[in-house]
Ligand binder design. Structure first.
Ligand SMILES: NC(=O)c1ccc[n+]([C@@H]2O[C@H](COP(=O)([O-])OP(=O)(O)OC[C@H]3O[C@@H](n4cnc5c(N)ncnc54)[C@H](O)[C@@H]3O)[C@@H](O)[C@H]2O)c1
Ligand SMILES: [Zn+2]
Ligand SMILES: [Zn+2]
Length: 378
């Protein structure tokens, strides 16, 4: 768990209550170390303290991290009909209730029950199932999942049933990074055969945008990352060209495309700051699409986009959460592609860590050493 901004992750004993109605207790086997959890540490993803009372939050911290993960259902609460003990599941950082306006129109990534991600308590009834053993204080769970914990009690709507024979490491990766990156390219950017695609930031998310763009038939997949190791990995996963910065990519893209520039640009760096949008949008040519996948600091409201160019070049800028995929349909779909040998998952993990070494894993992420690091629970 994390106790406050810019602190190390702390490993502590917690108590977890049994599941109540429409909840399940999950024993997590693998938790992916996504950059979104790092945003809790830096504060990019922490609402400003002055709005906590408006959100009904007394104290944002401590919070249990982890939203990418896979595990096994070990107990089901009353009324749970879709899962049983022993089922293998993927975490879904957006719940899919199946009934709200968004779920029922094929936009599960916008499910209304995902709105309370920052609020403490369960989706089901708002009360807490997790507390610190040392002082009995209720604990929040990031995205109401908390996959960094060995066990957590979650809503039935927040886990996706997967085939029991699939490796749980692969399932964990698909639950956030792979789906978000692949979907950013294939679903949100709608990469077409013959497109020129630029992916900015080749981490756990961006590498899968590279993979998705190549799978969708892009003519050129141009990966941009300052870290050489990431650029090498991008070439192994479907990139055709790599550059160390957007500035370098802009110059080369002009020559490569005879000034046409890219059809699709996916922005997936560690953090998106407003001043990165000038180059980010210039990478796209006429009629181009720019997809914002990376998370900007919550309070960032200024950006350097040339608005004249957006209108006159008929460009569009789109946001995406979860690559605009439907977790309940698309997590199993992506695992099907993996099973058939079409999607690379085993190649994504650079290092595995015991929970006690979580801070080593995040240090490695900050140093650009991991394409994806995962925690393997004992
Ligand atoms: N939209 C969503 O639903 C969603 C889901 C998951 C993660 N995210 C966000 O996506 C982003 C990427 O996550 P990740 O886990 O892949 O992170 P990561 O740390 O694994 O990778 C980020 C990569 O970006 C590179 N980078 C940093 N600055 C750059 C720049 N100026 N130009 C080019 N590359 C740059 C880094 O070297 C690194 O390789 C984060 O902001 C994360 O919070 C969004
Ligand atoms: Zn994530
Ligand atoms: Zn819904």
């Amino acid at each position: 768990m994390i106790h406050g901004l810019n602190q190390q992750w702390a490993v502590e004993e917690i108590e977890v209550d049994p599941p109540k109605a429409a909840e399940v207790l999950v024993k997590w086997s693998v938790a992916g170390m996504c950059h979104s959890d790092e945003h809790l540490v830096t504060g990019d993803l922490v609402p400003p303290e002055e709005v906590w009372p408006l959100m009904g939050i007394d104290d944002f911290f401590p919070i249990i991290g982890g939203h990418e993960g896979a595990g096994e259902v070990v107990e089901v609460g009353p009324g749970v009909t879709t899962l049983k003990v022993g089922d293998h599941v993927a975490a879904s950082f957006i719940p899919a209730c199946g009934r709200c306006r968004y779920c029922s129109s094929g936009r599960q990534n916008l499910c209304n029950s995902g709105a309370g991600t920052f609020l403490p308590g369960m989706i089901t009834d708002g009360t807490s199932r997790h507390r610190r053993s040392s002082n009995g204080k209720d604990l929040s769970l990031f995205a109401k999942l908390g996959t960094f914990s060995e066990y957590s009690c979650v809503a039935e709507t927040q886990v996706i049933l997967v085939d029991n024979d699939l490796p749980l490491e692969s399932v964990a990766l698909v639950s956030c990074g792979v789906a978000t990156g692949w979907g950013s390219a294939v679903k949100r950017a709608e990469v077409q055969a013959g497109d020129t695609v630029v992916v900015v930031g080749v981490g756990g998310i961006g590498i899968n945008a590279v993979q998705g763009a190549a799978m969708a038939g892009a003519k050129r997949v141009i990966a941009v990352d300052p870290v050489e190791f990431k650029r090498e990995k991008a070439m192994e996963m479907g990139a055709t060209h790599t550059f160390a910065s957007m500035t370098d990519a802009l110059a080369a893209l002009g020559e490569l495309t005879w000034g046409e520039m890219a059809d699709k640009v996916i922005l997936s760096p560690s953090v998106l700051y407003g001043d990165m949008m000038a180059e980010g949008t210039q990478l796209a040519g006429k009629g181009g699409t720019i997809v914002i996948t990376a998370i900007a600091p919550m309070t960032q409201t200024e950006s350097s986009v040339n608005l004249f160019e957006i209108a006159m070049w008929n460009k569009e800028i789109k946001g995406t959460i979860f690559g605009s995929l439907n977790p309940r349909a698309d997590i199993p779909m992506l695992l099907g592609l993996y099973r058939e040998g079409q999607l690379k998952l085993d190649e994504l993990i650079t290092n595995r860590y015991a929970l006690d070494d979580i801070n080593l894993g995040y240090d490695a992420m900050r140093n650009g050493e991991n394409l994806r690091g995962v925690i393997v629970h004992s």
